[in-house]
Design a protein around this ligand. Sequence first.
Ligand code: ASP
Length: 212
Amino acid sequence: MSCYADVLVLRHPTPGAVESASRHCRKPVINAGDGVGEHPTQALLDVFTIREELGTVNGMTITMVGDLKHGRTVHSLAKLLTQYRITLRYVAPKNLHMPPEICSYVASKGIKQEEFESLEEALPDTDVLYMTRIQKERFSSEEEYRASFGQYILTPHIMTGAKNKMVVMHPLPRVNEISAEVDSDPRRAAYFRQAENGMYIRMALLATVLGR
Ligand code: ASP
């Protein structure tokens, strides 16, 4: 395919597959998500969104909620955020915790990590609430998926415990982890602006890679 294009943007189900492809390809290769591995362009747009919405990333408490084990967006974002002075909080169902290798990487950069069992407990000091869906396609049975599904659902009532100046983000698609009523929270519901930022960030990345 690289003979016919200037850049390859590759999404693949196997972690590490895009990196291997890039070693054999004469053209730039961009990782558009490699299974449960990483999603680096999402991390770029996420950090861009935090800066746009809150003015800075430094000093922020960022709470990641949901399927932290299989969610590639949170893996890449946690790593990228180690470039800043931040605190990371994790709220995940049993057995869906952030992988130990990501936690050790984050710890090696001197970043504080805290685990919480409930959203309500983690929320009051949170500046960025990063919601994610349970990654259904990563479970071997419907039953296993159901056991973890629906534990953390953000509602307007729960949002009353959040700061006035904070943002709710989500890499989309949403299943039911943010109730649709939260969409009309005018300043704090940032996920659709975040999705739009994805287009600009990827345009900028393509321009950079192509030397424009
Ligand atoms: N869209 C994101 C991804 O490709 C998040 C998700 O699918 O839940 O990983």
